[in-house]
Design a binder for this molecule. Structure first.
Ligand SMILES: Nc1nc2c(c(=O)[nH]1)N[C@H]1C(S)=C(S)[C@@H](COP(=O)(O)OP(=O)(O)OC[C@H]3O[C@@H](n4cnc5c(=O)[nH]c(N)nc54)[C@H](O)[C@@H]3O)O[C@H]1N2
Ligand SMILES: Nc1nc2c(c(=O)[nH]1)N[C@H]1C(S)=C(S)[C@@H](COP(=O)(O)OP(=O)(O)OC[C@H]3O[C@@H](n4cnc5c(=O)[nH]c(N)nc54)[C@H](O)[C@@H]3O)O[C@H]1N2
Ligand code: SF4
Ligand SMILES: [Mo]
Length: 600
């Protein structure tokens, strides 16, 4: 039996037990604390069925690996080069290619397509982001699932929620919302207001944890004043809720051990960082930090506490809005920017202007089709690696399970280029693997990340635990101006009804981002009058694309859902960065829907 872990970009980072003889049949680890031993269909089925790129290509012709790698080396002799890395595989060895970029004077990216807005908000309030361990979630009375679609994206957290009161805050009645004691089906992009108003109500009923606040968050009186600047009635209407529902939520928070499980959904906006700051502030008012069974769980900084041997000193460009055309050579590794980045028209134009676009990945996709050089990669069963997790603190060694003739590992790719350029200083593959593993703490036979803290923020905030909690004291929003709430209402009599829809683009159960199954549908509420199966065009100020209607009663009538594995979804999304964190803002967009003739 060989132990490894799933490298797909997922909260769970499941441990896998593989039998070489029976591969690709796999088992989960039933006794592992971070799961119930079941592996999901993406790993068990989709990944093995997906058709791999087998042969390298240069200028459309199949060539040997040696020829293709020599073309890669040649391409890096140009002046301006960039490595754009996606999240196709979350093993730490993905980053070994940084070492070559540093030597050759190339650029990397900063910021994220994913969670960096929320992360920036957390850093503002806590100074350091220590994620809440799973065993604390298990001790909670109430779990608030806030913008996270856990049955789809984080299924192995389900056992930790058993027997708890469950509140879900989501514009969609998701599967977990249907199981919840209370579902707030709010208007999208309003989570900041939900959190601030809840905090305001907690203060109003003297439910704040004054003792804790005095010790760890002495600015709480300023925050109390700040919450009072928010007009209750106008905001409640905008959120799509009322006093009664807010009161019912408070019942689940009052004098309870509460955990907020916050997902990517709340922060795909320019204002994403403020949302996490506001949720953190609510948690602070309730005294939820540093206390058993309480806290905020978000996508964690999996490398926290590690010395990273692949941390390099290079220039960088923002990942979500990369100007590819500035570069002569662009290496896309483990990603599919031609589909996954926002504003596809812009991205395609940029990518087409790159002289040497190199695609290093497993499968054909929108990006591989544009590339001048295509290098097939090894998948995570075919190479050595180490898996950290953003959902929990367990670290797994990823052992090679099978040999493969297909592709090249990231380490060998890097080694080839070091040798071709005569660069020195690359250590052996096992040196790096051990370097990561040796930094972990071992307990009860499990490896823990050095960033693990059993009860985070017990002593205080910041790197050393000697800082105060910082409350949010400002909210900037150009997209929706809260001061205009009242004006909007007054005008609404004469105004045409708003015919735009929020575009939500969550993850799909059938895909891992753009890997595996690709969809072609837009989900809309039946009350919109559209019919199942008809073709519609969605238009935003950034572009348009056609989809097939799928009716879904679980969506607010003013929202549409196009999951992020749907071909064309990012033609509609904006190439902008969040106010903090340089994150993509996929949902800062409204669309119109137009019925198309069935034969157009
Ligand atoms: N509209 C919209 N768009 C979104 C999002 C959204 O919410 N809405 N979400 C965003 C988020 S959160 C993310 S994380 C991004 C993800 O976007 P990307 O990071 O671009 O990831 P994928 O599109 O899944 O492409 C991953 C590719 O990695 C390759 N790959 C897999 N394993 C390996 C390996 O071991 N080595 C190498 N070299 N290649 C490998 C596969 O060929 C696969 O095609 O998408 C973002 N896009
Ligand atoms: N099966 C599967 N699992 C995955 C992935 C995948 O592609 N497929 N991708 C992985 C990756 S890269 C990531 S980043 C994670 C992300 O996983 P999650 O954190 O679950 O993020 P999403 O699926 O984008 O959206 C979560 C929820 O937010 C809701 N939502 C949308 N807008 C708002 C809003 O304004 N406010 C609130 N309160 N809720 C809102 C959506 O309806 C959705 O239910 O999942 C990982 N796991
Ligand atoms: S994709 Fe997620 S749930 Fe599925 S096996 Fe991998 S880590 Fe586990
Ligand atoms: Mo992500």
């Amino acid at each position: 039996m060989i132990n490894t872990a799933c490298g797909l970009d997922c909260y769970d980072a499941c441990r896998i037990i593989a039998d070489k003889e029976k591969f690709p049949k796999l088992s989960g680890d039933k006794v592992h604390p971070a799961g119930n031993g079941a592996l999901c269909a993406l790993l068990n089925k989709s990944m093995h069925e997906a058709e791999r790129i087998v042969k390298p290509r240069v200028d459309g012709k199949e060539v040997s690996t040696e020829e293709a790698m020599s073309a890669v080396a040649e391409a890096f002799k140009t002046e301006r080069s960039l490595l754009w890395r996606g999240s196709g595989n979350l093993g730490v060895m993905q980053e070994v290619t940084n070492l070559f970029m540093e030597k050759t004077g190339g650029s990397l990216t900063h910021g994220s397509l994913c969670d960096a807005a929320g992360e920036a908000g957390i850093l503002q309030s806590r100074g350091i982001h220590r994620n809440l361990p799973l065993e604390q979630i298990e001790k909670a009375d109430t779990v608030v699932v806030w913008g996270r679609n856990i049955t789809v994206t984080n299924a192995h957290i389900m056992p930790f929620l058993e027997g708890k009161s469950l509140v879900v805050i989501d514009p969609v009645r998701t599967a977990i919302a249907k199981q919840a004691d209370l579902h707030m089906q709010i208007e999208p992009r309003m989570d900041y207001y939900v959190a601030i108003l809840l905090a305001r109500f907690v203060f109003m009923e003297d439910g704040d944890d004054t003792e804790w606040l005095e010790e760890f968050a002495p600015e709480h009186e300023d925050f109390y004043d700040y919450t009072r600047e928010h007009r209750i009635k106008a905001i409640l209407e905008h959120i799509g809720t009322d006093l009664g529902e807010m009161g019912r939520v408070l019942e689940y928070l009052r004098d309870k051990k509460v955990v907020f499980l916050v997902g990517a959904g709340v922060q795909k906006y320019s204002t994403g960082s403020y949302v996490l700051q506001a949720i953190d502030a609510l948690a602070a008012v309730l005294g939820l930090f540093g206390r058993e069974g309480c806290g905020v769980h978000y996508m964690g900084t999996s490398k926290l506490g590690f010395e990273n041997p692949f941390k390099v000193d290079t220039t960088s460009v923002p990942k979500a809005t990369t100007n590819f055309s500035y570069f002569d050579t662009v290496l896309v590794q483990g990603g599919n920017p031609a589909a996954s980045m926002p504003d596809t028209s812009r991205v395609l134009k940029e990518l087409k202007e790159v002289d040497n676009l190199i695609y290093f990945g497993l499968y054909e996709n929108e990006t591989s089709k544009l590339a001048r050089i295509v290098i097939p990669a090894r998948n995570f069963f075919e190479k050595e690696d180490v898996r950290l997790s953003y959902g929990h603190h367990y670290v797994e060694r990823m052992n090679k399970v099978v040999e493969s003739d297909i592709g090249i590992s990231e380490y060998d790719f890097t080694k080839y280029l070091f040798d071709a350029f005569g660069f020195k200083g690359l250590e052996s593959e096992s040196h790096y693997i051990n370097f990561w593993l040796e930094q972990c703490k071992e307990e009860n036979g499990y490896l823990y990340s050095p960033g693990y803290h059993p009860c985070p923020y017990e002593d205080g905030f910041g790197e050393e635990g000697d800082e105060e909690f910082e409350f949010i004291d400002d909210y900037d929003d150009d997209f929706i101006n809260p001061k205009r709430f009242r004006k909007h209402r007054k005008q609404s009599k004469n105004k045409k009804p708003d015919e735009t829809f929020w575009l939500l683009s969550p993850k799909s159960a059938k895909s891992l981002n753009t890997q595996f199954y690709r969809d072609n549908r837009v989900q809309v509420h039946p009350d919109t009058g559209f019919k199942e199966g008809e073709k519609v065009r969605l238009t935003s100020e950034h572009g348009e694309y056609d989809f097939i209607v799928h009716l879904n009663e679980d969506i607010r009538t003013n929202c549409v859902v196009v999951t992020n594995n749907t071909v064309g979804v990012n033609y509609l999304t904006p190439a902008i960065l969040s106010d903090e964190g340089h994150n993509a803002c996929y949902q800062e967009v409204k669309v119109t829907i137009e019925k198309m003739d069935s034969d157009s």
